[in-house]
Design a protein around this ligand. Structure first.
Ligand code: ZN
Ligand code: ZN
Length: 413
């Protein structure tokens, strides 16, 4: 373009941010400043959303300061983007502060706050906020109820979830979408009400998608229901044949019920169908730089130091009696590389890097693309205790705050 105005810069920044290239969005903002084009509120909303995507609290804070310094009008859109950024970057406190300071709140602002409470597992607070929302006359929409159901799922509040599911249809005339059904199946299944969850799927007016079947399969895994689990996998093989997660879940049911032959058969089917595991990837921010780690990656410049840190972690964990659970590792990798590959799960590499590159006492925050596995979850709990470190992990599902050997999810995720 011979000449670019704020609108063209904004479109490009928002495009990067929306399509999974948050780093490029932030870089483009630098070029925009060099070109001496003044950003407006739309620029900042797009940039804050890039920070959320990246999980970069330091960049997010910087933009918050930028907004204050440049006396930009802290309107409802910017405030909502700030709430979302703080919540998704791990600072629920700051999100709440921004929310409380808003002089006027609309549905979107409430939705951002509800979503924040949901991913941090604050189910009861989300319910309270909903009451406040109703009392102040702000109308909830489908997204508000989705966050509420999601909050109930993460906190195991079955009755509340049922109540909200009824309320949205009866009092607010909102037709549940697939995502709402997905949450309901999740909350019922996790509570062990597997038959009720199955019945709900059977009578839904929409065609259930892979997410819904996977949610039921996940519940079958927790409660060791082999038959229904196999039925779920049948559906999943038609709807989402490439996804290795389906096979992993079923294999976990087999392992849990000691059906090792079936585990072997399933692995063979996976190989024949050419199903591959999606690589896990964890990002950590140290000194304002976001670094990414993938399983088994040794290309990092500090790879040697990271590896010896990983070894040290394992030595110290074994000292306190840590044993990796066989069920989960079993399916992950070939047996001979089991021990090593487990230590190489991307979040462990990122945490090892965090431990060597930050001062003691500094909070370690990571963002992981997939759900954290049970082994890594217990491992990180112990690391938080042994190294006296607070560790926050945002995985594919929710936030985990590891403190002194426990996690805020109370092992429920
Ligand atoms: Zn893991
Ligand atoms: Zn957790």
């Amino acid at each position: 373009m011979p000449k670019r105005d704020v609108v063209s810069w904004n479109s490009m920044i928002a495009g990067y941010s929306r399509y999974g290239l948050p780093m490029d969005a932030l870089c483009l903002f630098k070029s925009m400043q060099f070109a001496q084009v003044q950003p407006n509120e739309h620029t900042l909303v797009a940039l804050l959303s890039a920070c959320s995507e990246l999980g970069s609290l330091s960049h997010g804070r910087w933009f918050h300061l930028y907004i204050n310094r440049h006396d930009m009008n802290p309107n409802i859109f910017i405030a909502t983007a700030l709430i979302d950024m703080y919540a998704r970057c791990g600072s629920l406190k700051c999100a709440e502060k921004v929310f409380k300071n808003m002089y006027k709140r609309d549905t979107l602002a409430y939705n951002a706050m509800l979503h924040g409470l949901a991913i941090h597992g604050h189910g009861h607070e989300a319910c309270d906020l909903f009451l406040e929302m109703e009392n102040s006359g702000v109308k909830p929409d489908g997204v508000s109820f989705l966050s509420l159901l999601c909050a109930c799922t993460h906190s195991g509040l079955v009755d509340k979830a049922k109540w909200f599911f009824e309320l949205m249809q009866m009092a607010h005339n909102i037709k549940p979408r697939l995502e709402h059904y997905g949450c309901m199946v999740g909350v019922l299944g996790r509570a062990g009400l597997i038959e009720e969850a199955h019945a709900l799927i059977e009578r839904m007016p929409l065609e259930p998608n892979a997410i819904i079947w996977r949610s039921l399969l996940g519940a079958c895994t927790i409660h060791g229901n082999v038959e229904l689990g196999e039925a779920c996998l049948d559906h999943l093989c038609k709807l989402d044949p490439e996804n290795s997660g389906n096979y992993v879940l079923l294999s976990n049911i087999y392992a849990k019920t000691n059906r090792w032959d079936d585990v072997g058969k399933l692995r063979k089917v996976m190989r024949e169908r050419g199903v591959r595991k999606m690589p896990g990837c964890s990002a950590i921010e140290v000194g304002g730089v976001v670094q990414e780690f993938v399983m088994g990656d040794h290309s990092h410049p500090f790879s040697r130091e990271i590896n010896s840190m990983v070894e040290e972690i394992f030595r110290r964990l074994q000292g306190v009696g840590y044993i990796a659970s066989k069920e989960e590792v079993m399916f992950d990798i070939e047996d001979e590389e089991r021990e090593w590959a487990l230590s190489c799960h991307s979040e462990i590499l990122a945490i090892a890097f965090g431990l060597i590159s930050t001062e003691s006492g500094v909070l370690i925050t990571l963002v992981k693309n997939l759900r954290i596995c049970g082994n890594c979850h217990s491992l990180v709990k112990l690391v938080s205790r042994i190294y006296s470190r607070e560790i926050d992990v945002r995985d594919g599902t929710r936030f985990h705050h590891f403190r002194e050997g426990t996690c805020s999810c109370k092992d429920f995720w």
